[in-house]
Design a protein around this ligand. Structure first.
Ligand code: BDR
Ligand code: CA
Length: 307
């Protein structure tokens, strides 16, 4: 299956990228980057570094360096000031493509009619693509995104980071009519990395040692900020859903995004009881089989060569 990964690496984005690149079932056409966990320069560098680390030859296209309307928010408290703190990573060598991420999406969707977009950061690039190329929106097969929450947020009590960082963009995406699969916090908080997974990663080899260091850092910020022991592996849930949808329980709901609320700006409002009378616009992932998730995750990552 053909995908474009639109990301803001970001620790968990890095693992989503590696999982996609390591999976033969997925044809990763390109990686696009967006401001999110850190500034665009950093997220673009981090995507390149992660690819370089395992000698994965894929083009990286930089996208939007600010949200559509709101002021920029980044997350150094979670991902460090580089966006990918915690490991002694080599500097990025792979070039940044000249084409803007949104133009790459347009060219790719002109060419293929079976491309799934996988956003694991704020939805700015995707929304801008929809605004600029409305005639291509119908060509998107599906959008499988990490974002939002049903019961809770993680930046404010109501809002999850990817949606909070660009709620106006998220609203455009949820209203686009494209089939959406949403991995909310309620799901991703079931896929928790503990010391067991960190140690399993360490035993896989030298490069994986660096990945284990990244997980340790990510775990430490979650402990500091949220007081929880393990860290949710948010973004890889999207790629795992594409590989193994049977690991997830899901239901179709109507989802909208709050863009005006004083306390709820950036909240995803999920119509659990169908009280809005609106037809569902998203398949919302609700439960994951954590054990099988991690077994497949590690099995796939083994495919990455140690060079
Ligand atoms: C999301 O926000 C970012 O910090 C993570 O990379 C993930 O995409 C979780 O709320
Ligand atoms: Ca992310």
């Amino acid at each position: 299956m053909r995908i474009i990964l639109d990301c803001d690496p970001g620790h968990d984005d890095a693992f989503a990228l590696l999982l996609a690149a390591a999976s033969k079932e997925i044809e990763l056409l390109g990686v696009t980057t967006v401001v999110g966990n850190s500034y665009l320069e950093n997220t673009t560098r981090n995507a390149r570094t992660v690819l370089d680390l395992f000698d994965i030859d894929l083009p990286v296209f930089a996208g939007c360096d600010k949200p559509l309307l709101r002021n920029t928010v980044v997350a150094p408290n979670i991902h460090g000031s580089s966006g990918l703190d915690g490991a002694d990573l080599p500097s990025a060598k792979r070039p940044i493509e000249k084409l803007h991420a949104v133009e790459f999406m347009a060219q790719t969707l002109e060419r293929y009619s079976d491309v799934t977009l996988v956003p694991t950061g704020p939805l700015t690039n995707i929304a801008l693509f929809m605004l600029r190329y409305p005639h291509l929106v119908k060509r998107i097969k599906e959008i499988v995104l990490m974002g939002g929450g049903i019961a809770f947020g993680n930046v404010t009590p109501a809002a999850e980071f990817n949606i909070f960082a660009d709620p106006e963009a998220a609203k455009i995406v949820f209203k686009s009519g494209v089939p959406i699969v949403m991995a909310p916090l309620d799901l991703t908080h079931q896929v928790i990395v503990t010391d067991k997974e960190v140690n399993r990663m360490r035993q896989m080899g030298e490069k994986f040692n660096l990945l284990a260091d990244l997980l340790i850092f990510f775990k430490s910020t979650y402990k500091k900020v949220f007081g929880i022991e393990g860290v949710p592996l948010h973004d890889p849930c999207t790629v795992m859903y594409l590989l193994h949808p049977e690991l997830f329980e899901a239901k179709d709901y109507y989802v909208d995004v709050e863009t005006k609320g004083e306390l709820t700006y950036g909240q995803t409002v999920v119509d659990l009881w169908h009280s809005s009378g609106r037809s569902p616009n998203a398949k919302v992932l609700l439960k994951a089989d954590k054990e099988r998730f991690f077994n497949i995750f590690f099995e796939k990552l083994q495919n990455l060569k140690e060079v």
